[in-house]
Design a protein around this ligand. Structure first.
Ligand SMILES: Cc1ncc(COP(=O)(O)O)c(C=O)c1O
Length: 411
């Protein structure tokens, strides 16, 4: 487990004296699958790619029009500010107020990031060091673990699929570990397991954070991708949240702007300032024309966000209903861009990596093996609903064919 994206470099050990932190990263578990996917594509084979939460739909045309306009202004080609331009931060404050009733001070409690992943990683670098421990959700989105590892911190991964139990294990860990955990990472709707929570969860988490003196980072990447009337709560809407933590949001999923690299960190002003300090040294911020287009997106494209969520809900139904017909035990997710599917018998015995390889090799379907998200993910596959409904129907047919071609006993 390392990163979800295709990596063009090999996993061979370095022959130059790289830093210890690089050596702390484990071998890349998606490597074999990505290599096969690449080989199939080079051979001209159509792969239905459900491997990564990388939206394939175009953003609202208004956003691209604004970008095209802003790009013509020479002033937008200079270095921008590392924290994000003020109007962008103000727009984020408006959005939090409208959606969650949360008031944010744009000059102290909001910073723009180059996608939330960049912000998240640098926040961990700002907070964590040797001897510090973070509690992260398991199964784990790789950057939740490795941004802590790269900052030389230690990780305790706690199963998140039962949120009540997750909370009581956090409390238990705080009672028994010395030194106590410094940071707890929350991520609801959760990638990869699609676990969701209600506001009370965050109320309780804030209470624990105050009791045991830890900080909280809420990764709210799937804030707007909710189904069947479910509304994902914001950590910042819980009383006292600003005293203990921050929340990351992104335009990647809600607005289908993943390649634009626009995210935000909001909340505790000291944590935001710590991130701003690191970013002030590392980068000059997002291309200003992109920031201007992002303002237009947030100001005028609410309908597009709703239709993105409706589109994913339709795809979720197609994929889940299809897999159920094949005999898979599927729980329909209430939010997020992923179906977290238990591998049916007897294929579960192959292990998730080999089964995912088989689906790709024999069926042309790329999925992420649960094992790629840590030990807790074994026995599951993560399927991203990023292809359209017609392609998802095709995917189900091809998975069915692979399953029918195999004798039902696997040693
Ligand atoms: C839980 C979670 N957090 C963060 C990200 C990264 O988002 P961004 O594009 O804003 O860096 C992703 C992307 O897949 C994600 O699933």
């Amino acid at each position: 487990m390392r990163n979800e994206s295709d990596i063009p470099f090999s996993d061979d050990p370095f022959t130059i004296p790289v830093a210890e932190r690089i050596k702390r990263l484990p071998p890349y578990l998606f490597g074999k699958i990505n290599k096969l996917k690449y080989q199939k594509r080079v051979a001209g084979i159509d792969v239905i790619d459900l491997g990564m939460g990388n939206p394939t739909d175009a953003p609202d045309p208004l956003i691209a029009e604004k970008l095209a306009e802003a790009i013509k202004d020479p002033r937008n080609h200079r270095y921008s500010v590392a924290n994000g331009i003020e109007n962008l931060r103000k727009e984020v404050a408006v959005r939090y107020w409208k959606r969650y009733g949360v008031r944010l001070e744009p000059n102290k409690e909001i910073i723009a990031t180059i996608g939330s992943k960049e912000g998240f990683s640098h926040m961990c670098l700002a907070l964590m060091g040797p001897g510090d421990t973070a509690i992260v959700p398991a199964p784990s989105f790789p950057i939740h673990v490795y941004s802590v590892v790269l900052a030389s911190g230690n990780v305790i991964a706690l199963d998140v699929r039962n949120p009540e139990q997750f909370l009581s294990r956090i409390a238990y860990t705080c009672q028994h570990l010395y030194p106590k955990p410094k940071l707890v990472i929350a991520n609801f709707p959760h990638n990869p397991s699609a676990t969701v929570i209600e506001q009370e969860f965050f109320n309780d988490l804030v209470a624990l954070a105050k009791k045991y003196n830890f900080l909280v980072i809420s990764d709210f990447a799937y804030a707007d991708i909710c189904y069947d009337g479910y509304k994902a709560p914001s950590f910042l809407a819980s009383p006292g949240a600003f005293d203990v933590g921050v929340e990351f949001t992104t335009m990647s999923k809600s607005y289908s702007m993943a390649g634009w690299r626009v995210g935000f960190c909001c909340g505790n002003n000291e944590m935001v300032r710590a991130l701003a300090t690191i970013k002030g040294y590392y980068d000059y911020g997002i291309f200003q024309a992109v920031q201007i287009a992002a303002i237009v997106a947030m100001r005028h494209c609410d309908a597009a966000v709703e239709s993105v969520a409706a589109e994913y809900q339709g795809r979720r139904d197609v994929l889940c209903d299809g897999l159920s017909r094949l005999g898979w035990e599927i729980e329909k997710p209430k939010a997020g861009m992923f179906v977290w599917a238990k591998i049916p018998e007897p294929w579960d015995k192959m292990g998730s990596i080999d089964f995912a390889m088989k689906l790709l090799d024999e069926g042309g379907i790329a999925v992420s093996p649960g094992r790629g998200f840590g030990d807790e993910g074994e026995g599951f596959l993560r399927l991203a609903i990023v292809e359209n409904s017609q392609r998802l129907r095709q995917a189900v047919r091809q998975i069915g064919k692979v399953m029918r071609a195999e004798p039902a006993t696997i040693e």
